[in-house]
Structures are given as structure tokens and as C-alpha cells.
Design a protein around this ligand. Structure first.
Ligand SMILES: O=C(O)CCC(=O)C(=O)O
Ligand SMILES: [Fe+2]
Length: 174
């Protein structure tokens, strides 16, 4: 399914539909269930701290009753509504890099809830660890010079910085 999404993004940018997939290769998908217990002090405790995903694409099945996911836009946090059985698609840092910054990897976080627990299922799409991922040549020009270095095995960089509360994408900006 992520292939369909990457093709759709390419078409949106009026590019050849396989251009992102050619960079990405077959890649790998990992899945994680997130369980957020109820928390008596939600104003003081995050379920998941603010981060951008270190993926190409993340597909997320949210809890069908309990909200919690919030996305940062223009310095404001917006709640993602609960839509039962809908899949929330998030562009990760690697799409931001490949698109030379045109598609943004949204910073998001998860709030806790004082009386309800919450569960979600995230599927993370990643390129092969040895694939070199960089801005597409088609998206580099005089008006928009190359904005990111090429990266390899971004997951490793991601986790090093995540622990420190930093965004790894800031370390590969030119
Ligand atoms: O639980 C959620 O709604 C979001 C999970 C998430 O952002 C993640 O696993 O990276
Ligand atoms: Fe995330």
C-alpha cells in the first residue's frame, strides 16, 4: 500500500510516478502496537513526545473511540479526529528529504487521557538500510537548491536523536 501512496505523492508533484519508489527500493515494513494507559495527570504526561517519524510513510490505525494524536502546524497543536477504521497516513522524514522539503514530515505527539486507555497500530515503511536516500534531482533547481544531504540507514540516526529529544532531520539539512 505504501507504494500506492508514494506514487500518488509523485503524481501530485507532477513527477514520473515511480520516482520515489526507485530511490526507496522494496524496503521493509515494521509494525508497532502503542498502548497508552489512562493517566491521572494528562496535562503533565505525554503518551508519546513530539517527533517526526523517521520513515518514508507511516500508516496509523488509531483507537476507534479515544483520541490522543495531535499534529503541529504553525506553532499550534491540532487534534486528529477519531474516524473508526480510517487509516491515517503520515509522510515521514524520508519523504521530506526525497521531496527536497516540499512535502513536510509533520511533528506530532500523543496526549494521555485521565479516564480512558488508548491503543493504536502504526506501520512504518522504511527503505533498505543500504539505500542512499536524497532529494530527487527533478526537485533541485536554482530556486530550490538541494536542502538535505543524502542519508543511509536513517533509522539509526533517528533513534540516536530521538532519545535526546532532537529532530534528526535538522542534522542532515544543508
Ligand atoms: O498512537 C498514535 O496515535 C501515534 C503513534 C506514533 O506517532 C508513532 O508510533 O510514531
Ligand atoms: Fe509518530
Amino acid at each position: 500500500m505504501f507504494q500506492v501512496i508514494l506514487k500518488a505523492i509523485a503524481r501530485t508533484l507532477t513527477l514520473e510516478e515511480n520516482c520515489f519508489l526507485n530511490e526507496h527500493g522494496e524496503g521493509a515494513m515494521t509494525a508497532r502496537f502503542n498502548f497508552y494507559p489512562s493517566c491521572p495527570t494528562p496535562e503533565r504526561v505525554f503518551g508519546l513526545k513530539p517527533h517526526g517519524d523517521g520513515t518514508t510513510i507511516t500508516m496509523l490505525l488509531q483507537d476507534k473511540e479515544v483520541e490522543g494524536l495531535q499534529v503541529l502546524k504553525d506553532d499550534n497543536w491540532f487534534k486528529v479526529p477519531v474516524i473508526p477504521h480510517a487509516i491515517f497516513v503520515n509522510a515521514g522524514d524520508l519523504v521530506e528529504i526525497m521531496s527536497n522539503g516540499i512535502i513536510k514530515s509533520a511533528v506530532h505527539r500523543v496526549a494521555t487521557n485521565s479516564d480512558r486507555e488508548r491503543i493504536s497500530l502504526a506501520v512504518f515503511c522504511l527503505p533498505n538500510p543500504d539505500a542512499e536516500i536524497g532529494p530527487l534531482n527533478e526537485l533541485i533547481n536554482a530556486d530550490r537548491p538541494q536542502m538535505y544531504k543524502k542519508v543511509k540507514n536513517y533509522s539509526e540516526l533517528f533513534f540516536q536523536h530521538y532519545q535526546l529529544g532532537q529532530r534528526p532531520i535538522n542534522t542532515v539539512k544543508l
